[in-house]
Design a protein around this ligand. Structure first.
Ligand code: EPU
Length: 412
């Protein structure tokens, strides 16, 4: 299996130059899934060339021709839940597996199931078990109907999935306690440009006019915005290891929560309109973070932040409030020399600064995998990172882009 071999810079500012932030995976995935709302597939640009995008294309292409969703593909990634409601609304029935994806917590799908039920779907319980996988079956032979639905917990893909499904329903839908992530606004803008009528994206209450099964016919293309998580990770990398790093294609308003934290820690960052310049500073100090739904501190930046905190003076507390299994990577950072204590499954205390030393690592999930790359780049000595499929799932040609700014990294 391929892996990354990385020679660390030992804490010196060895990186220099420009790095470009790729298109957002989490924005591109729902937009691609929304192809099923259209008579003819819309045009997409700036999609990242990554595994999850390939999987989504493989998943929805047969459905566009009236065939079933491929279970083997669907169970491989979490976002495979996004087109399910659309298949149900279009064809009156769907079977689908419990979606896979990053192992960062239980990752239930109850908000989807209860959302479709609120729209009149019948879901067979209990779900079948086939070859060790849970297979769900849902039916709505008369089509789905508009509903007034309250999410019991704010869910990003839950909100996106229900918005898209409601576009095809008979009658209007009101969704309450919606997630407010920018990816939802990008999706809704795209659908509205193509004839959908959806109001309130970016707030907790969203109104959708149901089209009674009538597909969209618009021709406005979707352009993926910059990946705000990748952008944030590059800010952290620059603050730890760059003489001067110019990060291009970054939206400052989407990096605001992270910027507040990095500034408080004493990082040297200048934000421009669509770019940022970051330089390593000595004497960064520990700060506390609590992950929150947008516009709070993103859970996807929690692992990169932990690496940052290992280099900060004093103590930093991480409180992960979104997922319950997202701190286990800290054990590996400790094996590299970090001083991180887990208080419970949601909270970690990091004492710094500590010198990190290269070692053999396995990428646990896509964002923690990228965090390991940062740890390896600032460590003394060599690191080998395995299971890089997890990193490639979300970050296009990450090794080449890092090489371009002076990182000593090989894909073997
Ligand atoms: N939740 C439920 N029931 C559900 C769905 C979610 O209880 O049916 C809970 C989750 O367990 C979690 C909380 O709701 O505690 C929020 O999860 P959410 O549904 O918002 O997560 P998601 O939509 O599955 C997206 C991103 C994740 C990102 C989270 C949180 C995509 C494809 N994925 O996941 O991104 O961590 O939002 O911001 O958009 C990544 O890109 O590496 C990644 C994991």
């Amino acid at each position: 299996m391929p892996h990354f071999l990385i020679q660390g810079g030992g804490g010196l500012p060895v990186l220099n130059g420009e790095i470009f932030v790729g298109g957002s995976k989490n924005s591109a995935l729902p937009a691609l899934a929304s192809s099923l709302l259209f008579k003819e597939k819309p045009k997409f640009s700036n999609l990242p060339d990554i595994e999850d995008i390939k999987r989504m294309n493989e998943l929805i292409s047969p459905v566009e021709f009236g065939e079933k969703m491929d279970m083997e593909i669907a169970k491989r990634f979490r976002a495979s839940i996004l087109p399910v409601g659309l298949v149900l609304a279009r064809y009156g029935a769907v079977s689908f597996p419990h979606p896979g994806g990053c192992v960062i917590g239980a990752r239930p799908i109850d908000v989807f199931l209860s959302g479709w039920e609120a729209m009149g779907a019948k879901i067979k319980t209990p779900a079948k078990t086939e070859g060790g996988n849970l297979i769900y079956e849902a039916e709505a032979p008369e089509g789905l109907k508009g509903a007034d639905y309250v999410f019991k917990t704010q869910s990003v893909t839950g909100t996106e999935g229900m918005i898209m499904t409601a576009v095809l329903a008979n009658g209007d839908t009101v969704l309450r306690n919606c997630a407010m992530e920018p990816e939802i606004i990008y999706l809704v803008d795209f659908l509205n440009k193509n004839g959908a009528r959806i109001a309130g994206a970016g707030t907790t209450t969203i109104h959708i006019e149901g089209r009674g099964g009538k597909l969209l016919t618009g021709a406005s293309p979707f352009t993926a915005p910059p990946d705000r998580i990748e952008a944030g990770t590059f800010l952290i990398l620059g603050a730890l290891a760059a003489k001067e790093l110019l990060i291009k294609n970054i939206f400052p308003e989407e990096a605001a929560a992270l910027m507040g934290v990095l500034k408080e820690a004493g990082a040297n960052i200048t934000m421009e309109k669509n770019s940022a310049v970051v330089k390593k500073t000595k004497n960064i100090k520990g700060v506390n973070i609590k992950t929150k739904e947008y516009p709070g501190f993103a859970t996807d930046l929690q692992a990169p932040f932990a690496v940052f905190a290992t280099q900060a003076m004093g103590q930093s507390m991480i409180h992960e409030t979104i997922f319950e299994g997202r701190l286990s990577y800290t054990q590996d950072l400790n094996l590299m020399g970090a001083n991180i204590s887990l208080m419970d499954s949601h909270r970690a205390m990091i004492s710094g600064p500590t010198q990190l030393y290269g070692r053999k690592l396995e990428s646990p999930d896509l964002r923690a995998g990228l965090a390991f790359m940062i740890a390896a780049l600032i460590a003394h000595g060599e690191s080998q990172i395995g299971n890089i499929y997890q990193i490639d799932r979300g970050h296009e040609k990450i090794d080449l882009r890092l090489k371009n700014i002076g990182a000593n990294i090989q894909r073997i």
